[in-house]
Ligand binder design. Structure first.
Ligand SMILES: C[S@@+](CC[C@H](N)C(=O)[O-])C[C@H]1O[C@@H](n2cnc3c(N)ncnc32)[C@H](O)[C@@H]1O
Length: 229
């Protein structure tokens, strides 16, 4: 059986290895993250923001300052969390991976961000992540998905120090998982290329439960039962 990537990120070296190699650049690029502009445009007064796979919380800090929101994160790397606790103690980050998030109340988040995170989610957990996100996202809330966007779904062999041979990550258009539900609509899609790698994208979805279904006036008039003599 294929080893779970979530276990490697949480209990192996996965999260910390990512942080060792990319933590500095993740911190430096936070202010330029296109999510900031997307929130300003589509939901400028978010009360609560969650980023799943938030690394050291740099983007959450930018968002807290810009929008005055309460910002919380989920991240498997203990090193990244320790860094956040030192540098930005006001940002609360829970150690964990994308999943059911039972400690977060229903409809408690106005914005949920997956920034380069869904590609790491084990395929067997993917639909649970979709359901949990839907549970915690408020009506009229925004879902922001940043990821690589290949022309078709791809499983990529992941090469990193200490990894086991059978790890992959998965590239696809993740927004489609939510767009199958008529409560979600796509507000924006920006595709950009960094260097020669796969094109990356930011897709912004809005959840609108009130507009999901057109009313349809169908009255069921059950046939009268004939009395049997
Ligand atoms: C590509 S990085 C992006 C970090 C940050 N969002 C940013 O934009 O700089 C992905 C992050 O997701 C974390 N991660 C990996 N697997 C995860 C999972 N299953 N659930 C939540 N986070 C995960 C990694 O430890 C890493 O910090």
């Amino acid at each position: 059986m294929m080893a779970k990537l979530a276990d490697w990120f949480l209990n192996g070296r996965g999260g910390d290895a990512w942080w060792d190699y990319n933590g500095t650049i993740s911190e430096q690029r936070a202010a330029e993250n296109p999510v900031v502009g997307a929130i300003a445009k589509f939901h400028p007064t978010p009360g609560r923001i969650l980023e799943v796979g938030c690394a050291g919380g740099a983007l959450l800090e930018v968002l807290a300052k810009r929008f005055g929101s309460e910002c919380v994160g989920i991240e498997p790397s203990q090193q990244a969390i320790r860094h956040a606790q030192t540098v930005r103690p006001a940002i609360s980050i829970r150690c964990g991976v994308a999943g059911e998030m039972p400690w977060l109340d229903d409809a408690s988040m106005d914005v949920v961000i997956y920034g380069g995170c869904l590609l790491w989610v084990d395929r067997s957990d993917l639909m649970a992540v979709v359901a949990a996100t839907d549970r915690i996202l408020s009506n009229q809330g925004l879902l922001c998905i940043l990821d690589m966007m290949p022309p078709e779904p791809r499983a990529v062999h992941y090469v990193s120090p200490g990894r086991r041979k059978d790890y992959h990550y998965w590239l696809m258009d993740y927004a489609q998982l939510w767009l199958a539900n008529p409560a979600y609509s796509e507000l924006d899609r920006q595709i950009y290329r960094i260097g020669s790698s796969n094109p990356s994208s930011l897709v912004v979805l809005r959840k609108d439960e009130d507009a999901a279904y057109a009313p349809f006036p169908y009255l069921y008039d059950p046939p009268k039962k004939e009395k049997v003599a």
